[in-house]
Design a protein around this ligand. Sequence first.
Ligand code: GDP
Length: 529
Amino acid sequence: MTTPATALDSALTRRTFAIISHPDAGKTTLTEKLLLFGGAIHLAGEVRARGANRRARSDWMKIEQQRGISVTSSVMTFARGGTVYNLLDTPGHEDFSEDTYRTLTAVDSAVMVIDAARGIEAQTRKLFEVCRLRDVPILTFINKVDREGRDPFDLLDEIADMLALDVAPLNWPAGMGGEFKGLYDLRSHRFLPPDGTATGAAGEMVQTSGLDDPQIDNLCGPIASRLREQAELALGGYATLDGDLYRAGALTPVLFGSALKDFGVEALIDALAEFAPPPRPQPALPAAVKPTDSQVSGFVFKVQANMNPQHRDRIAFMRVASGRFRRGMKLRQVGTGKTIAINSPILFFAADREIADEAFPGDIIGIPNHGVLRVGDSLVEKDDITFTGIPNFAPEILRRVALKDPTKSKQLRTALTDMAEEGVTQLFKPAIGSQWIVGVVGQLQLEVLISRLEAEYRVAAGFEPSPFETARWVSGEPAELKRFIEEHRAAMAEDRDGSPVFMARDAWELNYVSQRETAIRFSATRERA
Ligand code: GDP
């Protein structure tokens, strides 16, 4: 059975995507402008201002300011010209790669933002590799052409060489920095000049008949001939846009632009509508789930606690994979078999939360809950399906949490459990002893943890070294596993779900034990079954 035509039509209008970039390339600015052009906000600056308001009383801002990074992650939805865009924000720091990785499991495509002066940077490359693993197609936005940047050909060749992708430029900059005269659209021949004011913001689009049009001379002055020469070379030298190659992850369409000055932003929105894939089938057992499957199903890729510090709410972000979701529906949590009535699902229109009456494949809904829903959960209307590929990563840093005020141990427990549910940290209960151990993938997560404990839970805490440095999930035949656990009791712990974890003093010990114990599997990632 398939979904009724209207639900399918609605799914086809969805573009669910994320922006990947290296810090400072302009992701925040581009996000603001996408929302602005999408009509979702009315003043540039609102994205940041709201975030600041929301956390004005916490230490988050300090971390963000000191480190110059953005640590929030959210979903923003906007509509334009019949297309509904779901933009999933990915935290921009490498320490959050786990969270980012999981967010990328919920998108159908990505926009890669590159600074025209810097080209491909370390973090862009890492995130690109994650996208490639999942065949997520990528549109490239080369930002900041209003500033001096590298030669456009250089930048395109770097993308092609470093990422092993075909590149298909969609527009071309007439000069950069002080010489910048505007953008020429290689397909529609439209030219976007600055508005002539001191701000240098984008002006009115001019339709030309092509590169030979004398209007180009008026618009570009002394660099008209350079634009003609370069654009001809680009048209001849690079791939032309092939939507199928792009959607297969083999080619990236490239737009030059300036998020700050509004150049290329509308072109990016249009390119997403024109080429980016609508909801794709999602990997699952027993079989991949197609958006056209009739039953409602989805998976939780993120849980966020305390989005509003006044209410101790916890929101699970579910990507709808199939069917037409309606408010009040009951969905079953696969695994526990618990049924959850979803009476106030949230849609994320711009920065405002709205109650959703219905949602379609590709949409993200927020489900308020009291800790029942976890990252990796599959939710279904009727038949059990388990979505795969939403991993937990083995922690690289293990610490004991030391309370400064021993009467706060209950609050500490609650706080640690909440954060573990969000996927910010992992929580392990040692088989021997009573002190919980937290595990994180990167140092910054520890700092975030401490400041959130204070700001959101009023718990003053610090960290003590734990005797262990690394951990692995262990599995095997029941008898073998039982023997292993008994023999290594002092190094065993359980994660939140009660799965056995072996903790090692260092990499050498882990290596030694894992080579001897051939009947036991040691996993650095774990997918919730
Ligand atoms: P993020 O770290 O990737 O989110 O980057 P931001 O959006 O915060 O931008 C980093 C810096 O680059 C800020 O100072 C922005 O004002 C600036 N910036 C962003 N886009 C542009 C652009 O198109 N042109 C210029 N000149 N500066 C930009």
